[in-house]
Design a binder for this molecule. Structure first.
Ligand code: IPD
Ligand code: CA
Ligand code: CA
Length: 269
């Protein structure tokens, strides 16, 4: 049995570190970036992704030595299950936007205890907009409490969806989502899963669909979305595996069942 966690202390430190890391990233715009590609030419990493993750790891290790860290760039621990307190960190979500546009990227941190989401932070660095939640205490956009999401009609919904998923791709037949794209009021693609999940929590998007995300992309978003009464599952409606890759369907709860029944698992198939 570990010691009882002081969540308000964890929250206060995490918020301070995120703001500081954000300011370092903003200041880096005037210096030259070192850009490399990882698995493919569109999978980018920069020195700022690495340095930001290392910054969090050193802060967390010094302040909360018993906590473990799952970080995208691999400087944390080898985390394969979520016993104890685990910080799940994406130092820069939306690296392609960071490199090409210097906007629309975020720091995303979800803090879990024994697999339960406790604290979520998504920080839109350039807009200085912080989306955050402590489990059971509601979600916030900066200092403003976010209201619970009101039901929305599918034909009035805006969904976050990358064009990849309605063209030839390796993960989903493009004809599956095309009728949904036709039905809804509009689609958007921002290039940062964390920001798109934060937008679902604020109601700027009514849903976000993507075929493959890793824990650091969605760990914070899941906590924030659930605090406003939203829903997040795989595209098949199954619970999310927090230590693996998943398809993601995050949405206003009123859309969940009808989208899965009428568009994903259609009876006529
Ligand atoms: C990526 C972004 C992007 C999503 C990719 C992610 P990264 O994260 O969230 O929007 O479509 O699947 O890998 O690599 O910029 O941290
Ligand atoms: Ca990411
Ligand atoms: Ca990243």
């Amino acid at each position: 049995m570990g010691a009882i966690t002081d969540w308000s202390k964890v929250y206060t430190y995490a918020k301070e570190w995120i703001k500081e890391a954000g300011s370092t990233i903003r200041n880096s715009f005037s210096t030259e970036l070192m850009i490399q590609s990882k698995s493919s030419p569109d999978d980018l990493v920069t020195n700022m992704d690495r340095e930001t993750e290392q910054y969090f790891i050193s802060k967390i290790n010094n302040t909360f030595p018993e906590h473990r860290i799952l970080g995208e760039e691999g400087f944390g621990d080898n985390v394969t299950s979520l016993e104890g307190v685990v910080w799940i960190i994406d130092p820069i979500d939306g690296t392609m936007n960071f490199v090409h546009q210097q906007r629309n990227f975020a720091i995303s941190i979800g803090i879990y205890e024994d697999g339960i989401g406790k604290i979520g932070f998504i920080y839109d660095v350039v807009s200085d907009e912080l989306y955050h939640a402590i489990k059971g205490q509601g979600a916030y956009f900066n200092d403003e409490k976010l209201p619970k999401l009101e039901p929305v009609k599918i034909e009035e919904a805006i969904i976050g969806l990358n064009a990849t998923w309605v063209t030839e791709n390796r993960r989903i037949d493009p004809s599956v989502l095309a009728p949904l794209v036709k039905k809804v009021r509009g689609t958007r693609s921002y290039g940062s899963a964390a920001i798109e999940l934060a937008y679902v929590a604020t109601g700027r998007l009514n849903a976000y669909i993507t075929m493959r995300l890793s824990p650091w992309d969605f760990a914070a978003g899941l906590i924030i979305i659930e605090e406003v009464g939203g829903k997040m599952t795989t595209l098949q409606g199954e619970p999310i595996n927090l230590v693996g890759q998943n398809s993601i369907f995050a949405c206003n709860a009123s859309l969940h069942k009808q989208v899965i029944q009428n568009y994903i698992n259609r009876d006529d198939e």
